[in-house]
Structure formats: C-alpha cells, structure tokens
Write a protein that binds this ligand. Structure first.
Ligand SMILES: [Ca+2]
Length: 502
C-alpha cells in the first residue's frame, strides 16, 4: 500500500513538485478561477461563487483500440457499456472525432503535442517525438496545474513527457492527495486491446449474436474474436465505472471536464493501421457539469491535435498558433456546432511485428473520404495477416478463415485482396457508404471533387513537411531516414520485436 508521501515523492521526480497548496498556489487558484468564472453560464454563477473558486480539473480517460461502433451510446444493440453510456447521458457525445493515425504511439503523441505525426516526429509505432517538441505536461503545468498520467504510456522519449506517472491502482490515492490543486490527469487503460479476454462458453458474449461490421467477412472465427473483444470492452466499461465513481466520492465531479476517448479503432482489418473511418473515427464523450448540457450530440469535426489546445483554454491559457490543433471549447460549451472542415490522416508503416511499408494519406470532409495509397504496388502486411514471425506464417485464425472462404466467395475474395492490395486512389461518399465499401474514385462525375481533395491533401502534406510529398519517387530515401525495415527484401531482420502490437 502506497502512502501519500510516496505519491508526493513520485511527483517531484516526474514533473513539477507536488507540494501542498501554498500562498502562491492559492493566489494562482483565485486568479485562474476568476478567468474561468467570466465564461460561466449565468445559472452557474451563484453556485460557483458559493463554493471556493477553483480552476477546473481535466481528465482524459483514454482506452486502447475501442471502436466507435462498440458501445451502447454509439448505437450497439449488443455490447453492454452502461458506464460509458451513463457518461454520454451526462455530457456531449461527438460523432466525428478523429485521430490522425490509427495506431497507439502516433495517436497518443498527437494528443500530447497538438501536432500531427510528421511535425512531432512520432510517425511509426513505438517511435519518439523530436527533441525540443513541447508536450502537454509542460504546457499545462505552466498554467498552474499538476499533470499526471496513470496507466499506459506508449510515448517516447519519456523525458519529453514530464507527467507524474502513476499506476492505475494508485488513482484513488492520487485524487485524495491532490487536494485543492487543479490537476490535469490522463487515465490510460490497457483494454480492450488484444489479446482479448476469453471466457468459458456461456460466460461471455455469444459469437452468434455479435455485430459483424459490413467491411469484415462473416465467418465463425471472425465471430469468435469479436465476441472475445466484446468481453474486453466489458472490462473497459467496468473500469470507466470505477473511475467515475472514484471522482464522485472525492467530490471532484462538478469541477472537472471529463473526456472519454479511444486512441484508435479496433484491431481488426480495415480499422486500426488504416485510414478508414473504423480506424480514425473514435468514441469521444465530454462531460462537464454546469458547462456541458447533458445528453447532447454534436457533429462538429474535431481532431486529436485539438485536445491539447482545448485543455490549455480550459486552464486559462492560449495554445501557440504554431500548433496544428485549435481549441474546440466553444463546441463543448454549445456555442458552436462546427469546428473543422477537413480531417487529415497519415500512416506509413506499423514499424513492428510483420508490418510492411504501406504509406497512405487521407483527407476527409463531412461527406467524403479521399485516400491516397502512395505505394499501390506494395503489399500491406501485419500481425493479423502474418503473425509475429513471417517465417512461421502464424496469421490470425480469422484471417485464415477469410483466405479459405475467398476460394468460393466473391465478397471474401474482394476483402482479402483490398486489405493487402489497394489502388492508388480511393474515394468514398460517406453519406451513402459510411463503411467505405464502394470506391468511386474512377467515376467521371467525381472528377471535380477528386481534384479538390487531391489539392487539399497536397497542401496539408506540404504544411506538414511530409517527406512523401513528391510521392513514390522519394520512398526509398524516406524509409532509410526513418530506419524502417524493408520487409519486401527476403530474410530481413526486424530492428524491433515488441511484446505488443500497438
Ligand atoms: Ca491502440
């Protein structure tokens, strides 16, 4: 059992000192509270003045590989997520929140830097941000906050992220110890990332009753792994309930902006590691009693790079204009119904565990998605298609079932081919084709839109300093710079063999 002094010591090592609130902190709290109070709804004013005026706290509860389809509040009739649903009922549910890379490290690095991967440097999985890139714990601690991260880190180098680092089971103690100091806390779970929770027959979800998204091939093996994934989602939801209850018990519910989000979509094909919406479009719920109306839904498009500037504005600061992100606080407060016109995505390689070079970029509007596959002659591979060792050929059981079915089923054959071999350009009308099944890039009637989206993507790649802007011609030099192994060369050895696949 850790003591309070243990937590304080850890804080001194990991970030700014965790000393008890002193005179300077007290004045800071009052000053910040006054700033926050100026933007309070009229009805909240009296209640706020009756209590001590404090800066609002911020909590980001970040799950790992939770797909947007897989909770009750986002429409699932199968997965039971009472705690996530409760949060949505008490806050604002975003239908169009996006990461820029559907993979752990790059997605988290976006959240913590306010920059897209090319600009912060963490583009492939397990990679590091560039030296000198400023991060959330630095920005927000300068605004008078304690900044902590509990649970999964998956960011590098750690010295660039001076959080107070906690274990998940130390959260209760931390929330007791933090006292009256304003805090910004990231709670990062390991669920529902695979390996998924297997339960005896009759105990967990019934494979016959799971939802098979239209972009997956329906086989018994697919159903089994989705049922196992649902079991892990149930574990995640239980944890969400524990953290919400903990906050209430500590009396911190009222003055806290609480956000729930996933770092990327599910670990199934056409989701994680791709730029399809199943990978990029994520569950994102914001609750803030007195500031956010309960039970509202927004279609405003936001990107993960916008989270840090939003936190900074909540904390009474202003994000530098050099960041890629912009605060969406006005959306959260119900003053605006729109934020971004365009959403961008990028992915070059898994960089680990049978991952191949398969650089892709995308731009998305509210109605359409344009994907540029920069190596259309390449083959997309990963742990699902090739297992942990390409030599052993240990593909996932469900992927093998797809391959078998592809011999006699045209849909399975088409999905298997498209997952590993994609055309140079893809265009989808998300109004009629939300699961991105019908590529209309070759449709002459889309010529004008295609040209517009090509230009928008190129402008973004230029702004980002994307080394693949001149596209395929410079591919080789880019990979050598990034030290990514060329898995197309026989007998190549991976530089990094990891115990987890992101
Ligand atoms: Ca993840």
């Amino acid at each position: 059992m850790k003591t309070e002094s243990n937590v304080s010591n850890r804080g001194r090592q990991g970030g700014r000192p965790c000393a008890r609130t002193g005179r300077r902190d007290f004045l800071r709290v009052l000053t910040g509270g006054a700033v926050a109070m100026m933007s309070l709804p009229r009805g909240a004013f009296a209640a706020t003045t009756a209590k001590a005026v404090r800066k609002p706290n911020m909590i980001l509860l970040l799950s790992d590989d939770h797909g947007i389809l897989d909770s009750g509040c986002y429409g699932s009739k199968v997965v039971r997520t009472p705690n996530i649903d409760r949060l949505a009922g008490e806050g604002m549910r975003f239908r169009r929140a996006f990461t820029g890379t559907a993979m752990c490290t790059p997605s988290r690095s976006m959240l913590y830097t306010g920059l897209f991967p090319h600009r912060n440097g963490a583009h492939r999985n397990h990679s590091a941000i560039r030296a000198g890139v400023k991060t959330l714990p630095q920005y927000v601690s300068e605004l008078g906050y304690r900044v902590a991260l509990a649970g999964k880190k998956h960011i590098k180098p750690i010295k660039s992220f001076p959080f107070e680092f906690l274990k998940l089971n130390e959260l209760g103690e931390y929330l007791r110890e933090v006292g009256t100091e304003p805090f910004c806390l990231v709670i990062a779970t390991h669920d529902p990332h695979g390996p998924y929770k297997k339960l005896p027959p009759g105990k967990g979800y019934d494979p016959s009753g799971v939802n098979i998204p239209p972009y997956l091939v329906d086989t018994p093996e697919t159903r089994q792994i989705i049922a196992d994934y649902y079991n892990s989602v149930a574990d995640l939801d239980r944890q969400v309930g524990v953290y919400l209850d903990l906050l209430r018990k500590r009396g911190l519910e009222e003055n806290t902006l609480f956000i729930y989000a996933s770092d990327n979509g599910t670990g199934f094909p056409f989701a994680k590691w791709t730029l399809y919406d199943a990978g990029l479009n994520l569950p994102f719920i914001a609750r803030w009693p007195g500031r956010i109306k309960p039970g509202v839904v927004t279609d405003a498009m936001i990107s993960f790079v916008d989270v840090l500037p939003t936190f900074m504005e909540v904390a009474g600061g202003t994000a530098p204009k050099t960041l890629d992100g912009r605060s969406f606080l006005s959306v959260v407060e119900g003053k605006k119904g729109a934020h971004r016109d365009l959403i961008f995505g990028t992915h070059t390689t898994r960089g680990i565990i049978s991952g191949s070079e398969f650089p892709i970029r995308c731009v998305r509007t509210k109605t359409h998605k344009y994907i540029r596959n920069l190596n259309p002659n390449g083959t997309f591979t990963n742990i699902l298609t090739h297992g942990r060792s390409k030599k052993k050929g240990g593909a996932a059981a469900f992927w093998k079932s797809w391959l078998r079915l592809a011999d006699r089923d045209s849909f399975a054959a088409e999905r298997v081919k498209l997952y590993q071999h994609r055309p140079a350009e893809e265009l989808y009308d998300l109004r009629t084709d939300p699961f991105e099944l019908k590529n209309i890039a070759g449709d002459p009637s889309q010529k004008e839109l295609l040209a517009t989206l090509r230009d928008e993507l190129k402008k973004w790649m230029k702004q980002q300093g994307d080394p693949l802007l001149p596209e395929i011609e410079r591919l080789r030099s880019y990979f050598s710079v990034c030290e990514i192994p060329d898995v197309r060369t026989p007998d190549v050895k991976f530089r990094t063999q990891r115990s987890e696949n992101g």
